[in-house]
Design a protein around this ligand. Structure first.
Ligand code: ASP
Length: 592
C-alpha cells in the first residue's frame, strides 16, 4: 500500500477521494466504539476514523494500534461538518474513513512520548535519538537547519564564491584546542589530525587564486566537556582575497541578512553596530556582549577618591578597576539574593560583590556607610535613583569587568529584561593580537597566529606585544560569539616575527606549517576571512540555548554518544594493525 498523499496534504478539496497514507500512529483514541487515529509523518497529522459500521476485522486492527506503529491506511476522504473543523490542524477540514489498515511494523513501549520531549532526560533523548527526532520540535529544527544550509549556499553562489572541500585527514591546525588524532596505518607511528578548522587550507586556496571560497565545514576539537560545546561542529567557513576588514564584515552582514530573510522572514538591520573589544568590556563586561537590554557597567574609579573605602582605594592604587552596575528598582533584593549574585561574580574570579542601596536620603546597607558623604554625587554621576541597588566589583580590570558582566547577565535574565523576539547582531573589533599565558609565562595568539596586526603596530610589535591590536573581528548575536575572523598575514617576514613572539622557533614553524609559509613565497595575495558557527546560528534562530538541540546526532555532556555507544573499545587486532598499544587509565595517571 504505497501512499498517494502525505499526512499533511489533504484538504476539503479532496472530499470524496480514495487515498492511501503511510505514517506513524501518533494517537489512537477509542470513543465508545469509534476509533480516532492520528496518523503522522514528516508533513503533518491526519485524522483517521474507524466507525461503528466498520468490518469486525478492521475494527480489530484499529483497536490493536499502539503508539508509533508504522502503518498504511486506505480510506475515503470526508469533508468535516463545519462545527467539527479543527483550525489547529493543517488537515483539520477533513478526516479519512478507513477501509483497510495494514501494519507495516509494530513499536515497543516508548521510553518517552513523542510529543512530550521536555519530560525526557537529555541522555535518554540522545540514546533514543531516532525517536526524539520524530518529535515535532526536532523535525522543525532539522528542517530549519536544512533550509539554512541551503540559503547559505544560495547566498554564496549568488556572490560568485566557490564551495571547495578541504581534507579532514590533515596535519594539525593551530586553533588552540587539542587535536583529534587518527593513526595512519600505512605510515606506522604517524598520525593525521582532524581539522579544528580549514584555516590553513583556505589560506592556501587564496594563494591558488580562488579568490572567494566558502565551505559548510565540519570541524573537530578535542575539548573537555564544557557547557554546550560539541567535539564536532559545523562552521560556515569563508576566505576572500584582495579585501579589507570592512569587505569581510559587509559580506557577512549580507549573508546573515539573506539567511534570516530566507529561512525565517526576519529582516536584520544592517550595518550591524560595531564596538571595540575595550568598549565591549567596559560597557558589558564581555567580549560577546548581550545587548538586548541596557544596564551597562560604569566606571566607579572617579568617585573613589572622595570616599573612605580603603578596599576600593587599594585596588585602584595597585592598578585595578572598580566597576559598578546600577540595578534599577532592585533595592528590595534580600541578602540571600545578593549572595546569589555574589556567587556568580565569584565564579568569574571576583573576591566579592560590594553593594549598597539608594534611598530617599542617600545610600544605605552593604558598603553604603563609607559613601554617605558622596551620596548625591554618586546618584548624579551614575544616574541612580531611590530604589536602585548598586553592585560593585573591584579587581584587576579584566576580572572586574567579566565578573560584573556576568552579574549583569544574571540580573537581565532574572528581571526578564531580555526581549527574546530580537536578534541583536553586532561586531566586536580591535582585539589584542596576543594574550599573556600566565601559566607558561609566554605570549599566545589571541585568535590564531595567522592574523595581521593593525598597520600602526607592525613595525614595533615586539616591543610590547600586549598592546598590539590585531585586525580581528567577532560577530556577536544575543550574547553569543557567532563567528570570528581576521585579515591574515601574507608576508612571510611578518609571519616569522609573529611565530617568534608566540615562542615558535623557525624549525618548529617550518615543521608544522612549512607548507603554508612555503606557499607564501609564491605570490600570496592579501586575504582575510571569517568562520561563523552554523550550529550556534541555528540554535539562536530556533530560540534554543544548547547546540545539542539543533545537531541531529549530538554527543552528550560527557562527549559520548549513548545511541551507538561511542567512543568504544576496539579489537586487539585493530590496534595491532595500527601499530598501537593502549595504556590502562590508572597507569597513565602514575606516569604523569
Ligand atoms: N579558523 C578560524 C576559527 O575557526 C576562523 C577564521 O579565522 O576564519 O575560529
Amino acid at each position: 500500500m504505497k501512499r498517494t498523499h502525505t499526512c499533511g496534504s489533504l484538504t476539503a478539496a479532496d472530499d470524496g477521494k480514495t487515498v492511501i497514507l503511510n505514517g506513524w500512529v501518533h494517537r489512537n483514541r477509542d470513543h465508545g466504539g469509534i476509533h480516532f487515529i492520528n496518523l503522522r509523518d514528516r508533513y503533518g497529522i491526519t485524522q483517521i476514523v474507524v466507525g461503528p459500521d466498520a468490518e469486525p476485522e478492521l475494527e480489530k486492527i484499529a483497536g490493536s494500534l499502539k503508539f508509533e506503529y508504522c502503518v498504511a491506511i486506505e480510506g475515503l476522504v470526508h469533508k468535516r461538518p463545519d462545527e467539527m473543523i479543527n483550525k489547529d490542524m493543517a488537515t483539520g477540514e477533513i478526516e479519512i474513513e478507513a477501509k483497510t489498515i495494514s501494519i507495516l511494523s509494530t513499536c515497543k513501549v516508548l521510553p518517552f512520548m513523542i510529543d512530550e520531549k521536555a519530560d525526557a532526560r537529555d541522555d535518554i533523548r540522545i540514546k533514543y535519538r531516532f525517536l526524539d527526532l520524530r518529535t515535532e520540535s526536532m523535525q522543525k529544527k532539522i528542517r530549519l537547519r536544512h533550509k539554512a544550509a541551503f540559503a547559505v549556499r544560495e547566498f554564496f553562489e549568488g556572490e560568485d564564491f566557490y564551495e571547495i572541500e578541504t581534507p579532514t585527514l590533515i596535519k594539525s591546525t593551530p586553533e588552540g584546542a587539542r587535536d583529534f588524532l587518527v593513526p595512519a596505518r600505512l605510515n606506522p607511528g604517524k598520525f593525521f589530525a582532524l581539522p579544528q578548522s580549514p584555516q590553513l587550507f583556505k589560506q592556501i586556496l587564496m594563494v591558488s587564486g580562488f579568490d572567494k571560497y566558502f565551505q559548510v565545514a565540519r570541524c573537530y576539537r578535542d575539548e573537555d566537556a564544557r557547557g554546550d560545546r560539541q567535539l564536532e561542529f559545523t562552521q560556515v567557513d569563508v576566505e576572500m582575497s584582495f579585501v579589507s576588514r570592512d569587505d569581510v564584515l559587509a559580506m557577512t552582514e549580507r549573508m546573515m541578512t539573506h539567511l534570516f530573510k530566507k529561512t525565517m522572514d526576519v529582516d536584520l538591520i544592517t550595518p550591524f553596530p560595531r564596538l571595540s573589544y575595550k568598549e565591549a568590556m567596559d560597557r558589558f563586561g564581555s567580549d560577546k556582549p548581550e545587548q538586548r537590554f541596557a544596564m551597562e557597567l560604569q566606571d566607579f574609579a572617579p568617585l573613589v577618591p572622595g570616599c573612605d573605602f580603603k578596599v576600593f582605594k587599594d585596588v585602584l592604587a595597585s592598578g585595578g578597576s572598580v566597576k559598578v552596575l546600577v540595578a534599577e528598582n532592585c533595592s528590595s533584593y534580600s541578602r540571600k539574593m545578593i549572595t546569589e549574585l555574589e556567587d556568580v561574580a565569584k565564579t568569574y574570579g571576583a573576591k566579592g560583590l560590594a553593594w549598597m542601596k539608594v534611598t530617599a536620603d542617600g545610600v544605605d546597607g552593604g558598603v553604603g556607610k563609607f559613601f554617605t558623604n558622596q551620596a548625591d554625587n554618586i546618584k548624579e554621576k551614575l544616574g541612580a535613583k531611590e530604589g536602585d541597588l548598586l553592585l560593585f566589583v573591584a579587581d584587576k580590570y579584566e576580572t572586574a569587568c567579566k565578573a560584573l558582566g556576568a552579574v549583569r547577565l544574571r540580573l537581565g535574565q532574572d528581571l526578564k529584561l531580555i526581549d527574546k523576539s530580537i536578534f541583536h547582531f553586532s561586531w566586536v573589533l580591535d582585539f589584542p593580537l596576543f594574550e599573556y599565558n600566565e601559566e607558561e609565562e609566554k605570549w599566545d595568539p589571541a585568535h590564531h597566529m595567522f592574523s595581521m596586526p593593525q598597520e600602526r603596530f607592525i613595525d614595533t610589535m615586539e616591543e610590547n606585544p600586549g598592546e598590539v591590536i590585531g585586525d580581528l573581528y567577532d560577530l556577536v548575536c544575543n550574547g553569543y560569539e557567532l563567528g570570528s575572523g581576521s585579515i591574515r598575514v601574507h608576508d612571510p617576514e611578518i609571519q616569522k616575527r609573529i611565530f617568534k613572539i608566540v615562542g615558535f622557533s623557525e624549525e618548529e614553524a617550518q615543521e608544522r606549517f612549512g607548507f603554508l609559509l612555503d606557499s607564501f613565497e609564491y605570490g600570496a595575495p592579501p586575504h582575510g576571512g571569517i568562520a561563523t558557527g552554523f550550529d550556534r546560528t541555528i540554535m539562536i534562530m530556533a530560540g534554543e540555548d544548547s547546540i545539542r538541540e539543533v545537531i541531529p546526532f549530538p554527543k552528550n555532556t560527557q562527549g559520548a554518544s549513548p545511541m551507538e555507544d561511542s567512543p568504544a573499545f576496539v579489537d586487539e587486532q585493530q590496534l595491532i594493525d595500527l601499530h598501537l598499544k593502549t595504556i590502562p587509565v590508572e597507569k597513565k595517571k602514575e606516569n604523569k
